[in-house]
Design a protein around this ligand. Structure first.
Ligand code: ADP
Length: 647
């Protein structure tokens, strides 16, 4: 690697004229001692002014291998200039790459002597201008003298050209070495091999450069990159055996004395800064052109004099293609370039993006449409639900009305019997009251007897009151109130209401009620209404039968599925063919004064309680009307013996 010098050292050369000036200053001092202070001051000021007017020529030199190496190589050249400009002198300012840039920018040097690559960069960045180029005796016809030699071991027949380096290990001097890497880099790219991408490994040896030759010789690496002529120099110095190596490409430039793998580029130039006076530049060029080829300064610098400045455009072209030096910024790949290189991927990406965008828009649109549809459906549903609720409410009201009417109708049919039923307690009350009056009038009224009579009167009045209360309870218009209840209770209440008529008809109603039935959740009045209706129909069926007709049985029990069942059986004429199929149709009746609503209402009531109502033939003759209701879940049995099954 190049050594780094952070603070440029300055070496001054005092030519004879300068030494003479110092002598003058000594003389002035003597005169001052002798002739007085004012005269001496004048002489000293004169000397100082001379120095201020002509400062030394400052030459910035690239010390790429450290200050000592730069001093050894270039100090003689600067000394040569100092001798050619005795009135000013010249001083060498060794600089590293960064120092060179800073010095040129600050204008702290007049000239720069630097390598080809650095010159191109300074030219682009700060406008320095080459005024002479180092001349090499080995240069080609164009005067250009720097190229690269890519060397392999002579026995490596598998590597013939630069293109064969793909997948190999290659060693170069330094990433910034012009001949020792960059020129070969450009040539390799032209051969289709990118050293940073296509090699197995790219190593940099740093200085001394003979490390590369040794690494290739030892087989440590497959190939090495050297500045052209270095191999020949090493061989001349006896440090390597040139016969062991082969230079790839075998290219040669007319007049160029060394083996080459690449084209040739101009050697180091001397360049002036934009601020350097034209006259001074001209004078320096003249001085350099007059340097003989065998001058010790040329020998020390490894060149053979100076020549007219060469064309550095090929160096610009190379750097541009490698995107280094002043063209480093081109490495930041532009979008256009990226697009050109990866257009297939970009096109695929763009298509995917387009598809995604279209898809998203479509999905969004569909969601909007569906949401609107759902909203409308929701609105309709709410409307429909409200309508249904209203309809249900109306139906419930109607049902209530119908139930009420049906109950009134049943009761109306039984009114005469009920009146007869009421007559009994009323008649008894009247009799008791008359007996009481008689006893009071005849004065035979024993208080104890009177008390018994009035108690009997009260009992009969209570009995009449119970009958009226039962009727009132039955016909009252009310909403259904389902609650756990004993079905037998409803059956008993219905029988009580029917009994007056049954007695009148000369028909017995025989209850056969199972004990220990589970409760059902039902509205007591509605169930009573159903049973009452079934008994009334049974009585109707027996109407006109000869007295001593078989009794109507009302049985309760459990069916096979644990439901509570009620069966009303009569020995009437049974169902006609028409009645069998239309029994539960509203307004179907076979009776002259019938409404045909009884059974239809009964079925609605039973089904509203989760039950079922149907008709079967009674064995022999007559009809059995049955209905079942589900037992209340978790309900206990109603106290008593085990319930009977299948009534
Ligand atoms: P209605 O009693 O006003 O006629 P229902 O709906 O109660 O109305 O009865 C409808 C019809 O069913 C009756 O007209 C009758 O023909 C028939 N029916 C009902 N119960 C019996 C029964 N136990 N025996 C024979 N027929 C019956």
């Amino acid at each position: 690697m190049e050594s780094t010098i952070t603070r440029p050292g300055v070496r001054r050369h005092k030519p004879a004229s300068r030494r003479r000036r110092s002598a003058l200053r000594l003389v002035a001092l003597a005169v001052w001692l002798v002739a007085g202070q004012s005269a001496a001051q004048t002489a000293a000021q004169t000397a100082a002014t001379a120095q201020a007017v002509a400062p030394p020529i400052r030459v910035g030199v690239l010390a790429y291998r450290g200050g000592d190496h730069a001093n050894a190589a270039w100090e003689p050249t600067v000394r040569y200039l100092a001798e050619r400009f005795p009135e000013r002198g010249a001083e060498m300012v060794p600089l590293d790459l960064l120092g060179m840039d800073t010095a040129v920018q600050a204008g702290s040097v007049d000239f720069v002597l630097t390598n080809t690559g650095n010159y191109v960069e300074l030219e682009a960045r700060h406008g320095v201008t080459r005024i002479a180029t180092l001349h090499s005796a080995r240069a080609g016809a164009s005067g250009a003298a720097i190229g690269s030699a890519v060397i392999v071991r002579a026995d490596r027949s598998d590597i013939r050209e630069l293109g064969d380096l793909r997948g190999r290990t290659v060693m170069a001097i330094d990433p910034d070495a012009f001949g020792g890497f960059q020129i070969a880099w450009g040539a390799m790219l032209e051969a289709g091999v990118d050293p940073y991408r296509d090699l197995r490994e790219l190593r940099f040896s740093g200085f001394p450069v003979d490390r590369v030759a040794f690494a290739v010789g030892e087989g440590e690496v497959d190939a090495g990159i050297l500045r052209a002529c270095v191999l020949e120099e090493l061989a001349a110095e006896g440090r390597v055996d040139a016969g062991r190596f082969r230079v790839l490409g075998g290219g040669a430039s007319p007049g160029f004395g060394c083996a080459l793998s690449t084209g040739l580029y101009p050697d180091w130039p001397l360049a002036r800064l934009a601020s350097t006076p034209e006259e001074l530049a001209k004078a320096v060029v003249v001085a350099l052109f007059q340097m003989p080829g065998d001058h010790p300064a040329a020998k020390a610098g490894g060149y053979d004099g100076w020549t007219v400045p060469l064309d550095y455009q090929p160096v610009h072209a190379l750097f541009r293609s490698l995107r280094i030096g002043p063209y480093r910024s081109l490495r930041e790949v532009s979008l256009v370039e990226l697009a050109r290189e990866h257009w297939e991927w970009l096109a695929a990406g763009a298509l995917a993006l387009l598809w995604w965008a279209v898809h998203s828009l479509r999905v969004e649109h569909l969601i909007k449409v569906r949401t609107a549809e759902l909203r409308a459906a929701n609105r309709d549903l709410r409307h429909e639900m409200a309508e249904r609720r209203r309809a249900e409410e109306t139906a419930r009201e109607r049902q209530k009305e119908m139930d009420h009417v049906a109950r009134l109708s049943i009761l109306g049919e039984m009114a005469s019997n009920l009146a007869h039923e009421l007559n009994q307690p009323l008649g008894a009350i009247a009799n008791y009251a008359r007996g009481c009056t008689r006893r009071l009038e005849t004065g035979t009224a024993e208080p104890a007897q009177l008390a018994e009579i009035t108690r009997a009167i009260a009992e009969q009045a209570e009995r009449a009151g119970h009958i009226i209360a039962r009727i009132r309870g039955f016909v009252r218009k009310r909403a259904a109130r389902p609650e756990p209840m004993d079905l037998n209770e409803a059956v008993r209440a219905a029988i009580l209401l029917c009994e007056p008529r049954a007695r009148g008809d000369g028909v017995a109603i025989r209850p056969d009620l199972a004990d220990g039935l589970p409760p059902v959740v039902a509205d007591g009045v509605q169930i009573e209404q159903v049973v009452l209706n079934l008994i009334k129909n049974a009585l109707d069926a027996l109407e006109g039968a000869a007295s001593g007709a078989p009794p109507i049985t009302v049985r309760t029990g459990l069916d096979g599925e644990g439901r509570v069942e009620v069966a009303v059986a009569d020995r009437g004429p049974g169902l006609t063919g028409d009645a069998r199929s239309r029994l539960f149709d509203p307004f179907f009746t076979t009776k002259p004064d019938g409404m045909g609503l009884g059974l239809s209402i009964c079925r609605t009531i039973v089904e509203a309680h989760g039950g079922h109502l149907w008709a079967t033939d009674n064995q022999g003759e007559g009809t059995v009307m049955r209905f079942v209701l589900p037992a209340a879940t978790g309900g206990q049995r109603i106290a008593g013996k085990e319930p009977r099954h299948a009534v």
